[in-house]
Design a protein around this ligand. Sequence first.
Ligand code: SAM
Ligand code: SF4
Length: 335
Amino acid sequence: MTPKLIDPFHRAINYLRVSVTDRCDFRCVYCMSENMTFLPKKELLTLEELDRMCSTFIGLGVEKLRITGGEPLVRRDIMTFFHGMTRHLEAGTLKELTLTTNGSQLERFADDLWAAGVRRVNISLDTLDDEKFARVTRWGRLPQVMKGIDAAQRAGMRVKINTVALKGFNEDELFTLAEWCAERDMDLTWIEVMPMGDLGNEDRIGQYWSLKDLRAQLAERYTVTDLLERSGGPARYVRLEETGQKIGFITPLTHNFCESCNRVRLTCTGELYMCLGQEDQADLRKPMRDHPDTNEPLVAAIEAAIGRKPKGHDFDYSRQRADGQVSRHMSHTGG
Ligand code: SAM
Ligand code: SF4
């Protein structure tokens, strides 16, 4: 298909990440405060509106959808939405339907997700230690997530583990996590912690553990080869020659991926963020709700928004201040 959404920097936008809820059954320390206030239900796009929105984007050339949140699998009846997207997979217009999840509900939903056409899933997991897991997620329990990972693999899905690198927290699990993923044939990606939202007294800079340090530590034990392949996203990959395993690094605080950025993000209230690290957004809910019988105003709003997609973001930790900090939570934009 000829790409229809081209931004001012000649990037074709074919990847939409959709947050389907701001709620979550965990309260990860770097993502949410303990007593979060969530949006009133009427603010959220209904499941029908989510379908209409995603279908419109697919009509405009979006080929990859990633469903996220909050925790996408805590949204009531969310499987109705996934099954709705199956028609686009079957038509060949949508090439991939995936989700990012904390894994807590996967035991329940893995088979159904597979039936809807989901072949890959990203599961966030920062530690293999029960007690540390409870500490970092505040409300989560590791055995439940482990059952979810088992269920996803049993269903046939390819699993990638996403781990947020946290200084003084999971530094000592660099090798155990890599080995555990290798044993289970799962990919592993480390994410640098980003300055998102107001999380109370959390010292985010204290939590920051540079992926450069992490790569250097890996190189003490393994032969680390940089791979050139890119997903159009912020991940860079290395291969550990001794095990053949591929490990990803997401370094959102550098600008090394903006030039190949192919994605935009839709919040659960229908705001379109053209860049994870910028405040500019477009309200797509209004043109959709105001015109139940035609998508033309919605399409026009999407095209106008893509026309404003910025070149890159402004995060900067360099002077030990979280400059360029974005005030919204990750659970709002969907990580
Ligand atoms: N609840 C799901 C989950 O945890 O996978 C999906 C939403 S969560 C916001 C998406 C991803 O964002 C997770 O991998 C999480 O670790 C990551 N994340 C949340 N806050 C972050 C932050 N401040 N910096 C970097 N990554 C963050
Ligand atoms: Fe929930 Fe995911 Fe945020 Fe953790 S990272 S609080 S699981 S939305």
